[in-house]
Every structure is written in structure tokens, then in C-alpha cells.
Design a protein around this ligand. Sequence first.
Ligand code: PEP
Ligand code: MG
Length: 588
Amino acid sequence: MSIQVFGQPVSRGVAIGRAVLIASSRVDVAHYFIDPSQVDREVDRLRHARDEVAAELVALKSEVPEEAHAELVALLDVHLMLLHDELLADATKQWIVERHYNAEWAMSAQLEVIARQFDEMEDDYLRERKADLEQVVERLLKALARQAAPGQAQGASAARDFAGEDPLILVASDIAPADMLQFKRSVFTGFVTDVGGRTSHTAIVARSMDIPAVVGAREASRIVRQDDWIIIDGDTGLVIVNPSPIVLEEYRFRQRQIELERAKLNRLRHTPSVTLDGQAVELLANIELPSDAAAAIQAGAVGVGLFRSEFLFMNRDGELPDEAEQFEAYKAVVQAMGGLPVTIRTVDVGADKPLDRMSAHELRHEHSLNPALGLRAIRWSLAEPEMFGQQLRAILRASAFGKVRLLVPMVAHLSEARQIRQALDRARAQLDALGQPYSAVELGAMVEVPAAALMMPTLIDHFDFVSIGTNDLIQYTLAIDRADESVAHLYDPWHPAVLQLIERTIACATEVGKPVSVCGEMAGDPAFTELLLAMGLRSFSMHPAQIASIKQRLLRADVRVLRSQVGAVLAADDPQEACQKLLRARPH
Ligand code: PEP
Ligand code: MG
């Protein structure tokens, strides 16, 4: 039976494929296709792992002291029984033989299937055996990790050409932003998660991958079953489970149309970004990893407007990258951009980007009272002067290889501006003492909290440029957690208060002749292009994949149409409607 689930559309396009359900705790399990010639070897790995775990359990049983409770022995017997159960052993093998999944992936795929069956059991005792099954699978995964993986050994991993295999769509309850990052070069052609808002960092990373994604689809991971065929409509947020042949054909047709449109858009790559009335506009790229610089160049970006450096810091079990490692990463981006400016944002951890792996649920309930208002972004950096100094020195050193700009997230106080300058002076002095070269680096503030926008006339004196982080600016202006799907309907970029703060920031910076850009998701949303241009914005930073459609929009834009009407749009009850009406009425 076909079922529809609705969520938040995150990344445009249509994906059609088989569902791969992944438990949030298992997103770090390797997922790759093995070559058909490696099937026997992979099945052998599985067999060895099972023999190893069986030996482990038998040894444990023999070590149970006499006086220990008989329950412990019984429990180990249950584990042994589960280990040899056909449902686990044979079915896991089938994933390898028929679908060419690597053993770890096959194991976790089958765990999801059986776990679902346990969840549906009426008998409490049997239902609780799910935890035992998870423990057995955990042991098996550890045993597999101790063996060499043939696919990985040959570097096949996600890079293996999976043509011929069914396309796959990842379905999970939630995925942390850093985990999402590891799927960047993966086998998945779409994503669905139960939790998250449109501008949660998980959604942002999904968008940067330029594949259809839907977040906040609440029940999706419960409704969808392993291997179901699903369709993701990344424009509307619709997920269709087990579609009928007619629906499937309709979406395949749309998929082909989207591909044709993309091919057309890509031809704009080398067209200069100039509006109809001759205004030159700078289109920059947002990146998360040094390797993303290639996509920025490919998309025709004239620089990096936002390098979210925090992704270098996440999921490292407390081992933060030192100055040398950071320097290499920043230098790699600067060199890849070949002389184009690179804006490196200092580390922005906290809120929905914890340093260590943590689910959205844990984040919300266990980590901190209100992480979005806590020690995040520049607050965290100033509280960790040693780490901040290392990052500043690494960024300064990278400036010896090209044009680097330094951007600080979440500035709200003038005292922070002073402390940042002092830290920068200290970092320069340290490099001077060591004879390390560096060039002039401009300092910019992200305008992400209403306080920064409101005090712009004063704040701007302390910085060389500003960049408006609309994702957080909306969150903090409207008091809406951007990662919380339950209030996603209230997260409104068209809210007059948000637009007024943006307009004010652009006007202030322009008045004193300092560069201003928007690097939040609004910059990559064509619905806002004309309005932002009319407010005076000439620099937009977005995911490389969005550059072509924004360029197409601005090539057809005439800034004069809205310029005198910005005040009226901002004062309207419904700015979105007012803006669209004015654009529809423009003379052709
Ligand atoms: C923003 O807040 O708009 C922004 C660009 O930063 P991030 O999305 O990384 O918080
Ligand atoms: Mg932000």
C-alpha cells in the first residue's frame, strides 16, 4: 500500500530509490557497494565474525563464576541463539549476495528489519529481547572492524561506481550534522529524517550535497521499511512510500525534466553576474570541507563567502585539530581557489553542532539547558583562548598563499570585538616572533543576533566587513529553534522584523562603505533575490549548487523595480505577497 509522509523540503529535486534505514547510533557504520566478485569474500568475513563472537560468548559463559546468578548464563545463551538465528545470519548474507552491500551495512540493515519486528511484538519479554539483539550485532560489528574490508582496502568505498545497483535513499530518525558530512561522497541519492528544520545544520549539509532531502518527516523512519521503494519530492517535502506504477512514472518524468533544466542552468557558469540594469553582483560559495572548494570553482563562484571551519573540529573524540592540521586545511582551500578570496569563519560549535557525536534528541534533552543560547560560536572561542589562538595563527598563515578574510560568528557585544582584535594582535606577534609569514587579513562580523543588527552603526566601526547569517538571525529574532521541526512552521524568513534587521544592516554598512554580504540560506533562495538586491545587497554567498539558479534570477532582475518600494514591502502585513505583487506588475 502506498503511504504519504510530509516533512520540510530541504534540497530540491526528486529522488526515487530503495530505503536504507539507519539507526541514529549506527550512522558511522561504513556503507558501500562491494564488487560482485567480492561477494564470497564478504560472506566469509561475516562467517568469521560470527565464529569469533560465538567463541567470545562461549568463553564468557565458561568464565561466569559459580556463585553468579544463573540469569547471566541464560542471557549468554540467548545471545548465542540470536547469533545463529536464521533471521539474522541468512538474511544478512542475502543483503550481501543480492544487493552487494558490504558486511557491516548488511548487518545493520538486517538489524533494522528484525528490530522492527521486535517493536511490534505484544509480549513484553520478547519485545525486550531487542536490546539483546542490538548487543549481539554490536559484537559482530566490532569483530568485522577487526578484519580487513576488501572494498575499503581497495579504496572502493563510496567511490565505487554503483551504476547498475538500485538508487538508495537514507531514512533515519535523525542525523547529526557531522555524520551527515560523512555521507557527502556516499552511495545515497536522497535523505529523509524524522527531525530537523529547514535550516538545521543537518539540512544545510544535505543541501550542500545537492541531492533531494526532506527533514522533520516525523514518523518516516517508523513507517518506511528497509528496502521499500520511496520517492522524495524535495520541492514540497513529500515522501511517498511504495508508490503506484503511475505515480512512479510521473515522478520519473519530473526527474528527467529537472535534469534538463539543470543542464541548461549550468551553461550560465561563465556568464558575468550582472542585473538587467547593469548592477554587478558577487556570487560566493559556502563550503564545509576543503574538498568542497572544487565544487565552488566548478559552479563559477568568485570566492568563498563562508567556510564553516567547525566541521574540521567535530567527531574527533576530544582531539581537536592543532595549528598545523588547521593550517594545511585552510591553505588547501586558499590554493584550490587560485587567488579568489576565501572567507574563513572561526569555529562555530555548540547549539546543533556539538563537538562530539550526539543526536538531536540528546542535544535537546541532555546536553545543555538551551544550547542555542549557550556557549556557542565566538563565545566558545573566547572561552578557549588557547584553541582560538591556534585557529587565528593557522588562518593568518594561510593568508600567505592567497586572499583570506576572517569571519567571526554570532558577535553580539562590542567587548567581543575588542577581545577578537586583541587575540588577533597576539597571534600576529607570535607569528612575527617565529618568523612565520602572513598577509593582511580583513576581519568581519557575522550579523546573526538582533543585537548586532540593531547596534550596526557602532559595531561596524570595529570590523572591516559584515556578513548576515540569516539562519541564526531568524532563529534569534523570532525565538524559533531552527532545528526543531515542531516550530518549523513559525520559522519565517519573510517576517517583517527579520527583513527590517537585514535592511538596516545592509544600509548601515553601505553608508560607511564597508562590504556586506548575506551567507545564510536566504542568499541561495531565488524568492529573495530581487528584494535583497533592492535593499542594496551586491554580495551573496550560498551552496555551490545554488549559484546557477540565483544567477539566472539576477540576470533577469531589474533593481529599479523594487528599490523605491522596499519600505512599502517591509511595512506590509504580508511582505512576501507585497513583494510578489510588485514583481508581477513590473513593466516588461
Ligand atoms: C547563518 O546562521 O545564517 C549562517 C550562515 O551560519 P550557520 O548556518 O552555520 O549557523
Ligand atoms: Mg549561524
